[in-house]
Design a protein around this ligand. Structure first.
Ligand SMILES: CC(C)(COP(=O)(O)OP(=O)(O)OC[C@H]1O[C@@H](n2cnc3c(N)ncnc32)[C@H](O)[C@@H]1OP(=O)(O)O)[C@@H](O)C(=O)NCCC(=O)NCCS
Length: 185
């Protein structure tokens, strides 16, 4: 867990998701616009089913890691990866609308990359709707464009390239509190 300040001066807390965070996940979902929910879940989901909620909260800290962002104890964002085949893990990022484009998506990606390296994940995979300009812009910061097939954008990002983009935060992430990502339960 750590506190940080966004470029616009807003204070946030970043911490691992815990089993008791179900109400926060539900509240965060309610704060998302219809468009953001569709971009995140690739369809018109308006609420999480009990099974989805259980899946999203059952985090083993190795094959599935998830971090939440809070502002004044209110949910602002979630980032997670779930291991797939081999050294790959699929990433999902969700930032509440009024907090988008303030640097949280990139920050979460960096936090996830630190945890991923510790558990041997080398590549992040993203599956998104082609009209998702936000994720495309974020990936473009790492030189990734992805490919569109069957109406979905799939993109791969080397975890090491995210870690390399951490000039000022690297010490804090690797030696500090975020470094515990690999043992989050
Ligand atoms: C996609 C998403 C996670 C991006 O997170 P974010 O916090 O808004 O992104 P950041 O503020 O870290 O932006 C990173 C860069 O991309 C740019 N960017 C972000 N969204 C953008 C948009 N919609 N259009 C153009 N550029 C955008 C930012 O300006 C920033 O550029 P910079 O590094 O030059 O300053 C967020 O918009 C979101 O949650 N969307 C809804 C759910 C979703 O689509 N999830 C992705 C599924 S994998």
């Amino acid at each position: 867990m750590f506190e940080t300040t966004l470029p616009d001066g807003a204070q946030i807390v970043v911490r691992p998701i815990r089993p008791e965070d179900k109400p926060l996940l539900v509240a965060g979902m309610e704060r998302l616009s219809e468009r953001s929910r569709r971009l995140r879940f690739l369809s018109g989901v308006d609420h999480l089913s009990r099974q989805q909620l259980a899946y999203l909260i059952e985090i083993d800290g190795r094959d599935h890691q998830a971090w939440g962002v809070l502002s004044d104890d209110e949910p602002v964002a979630v980032g997670r990866f779930i291991r797939g085949a081999g050294d790959d893990a699929e990433v999902a990022l969700t930032v509440v609308d009024e907090w988008q484009r303030r640097g949280i998506g990139k920050l979460l990606l960096e936090v996830l990359a630190v945890g991923a390296e510790k558990v041997g994940i080398r590549r992040f995979m993203f599956v998104a709707l082609p009209e998702n300009t936000g994720i495309r812009a974020l990936l473009a910061r790492f030189g990734v464009t992805g490919e569109i097939e069957d109406g979905l954008l799939t993109a791969y990002l080397d975890v090491s390239s995210v870690a390399e983009s951490l000039p000022h935060n690297s010490n804090r992430f690797s030696e500090g509190r975020v470094g515990r990502a690999g043992v989050v339960t």
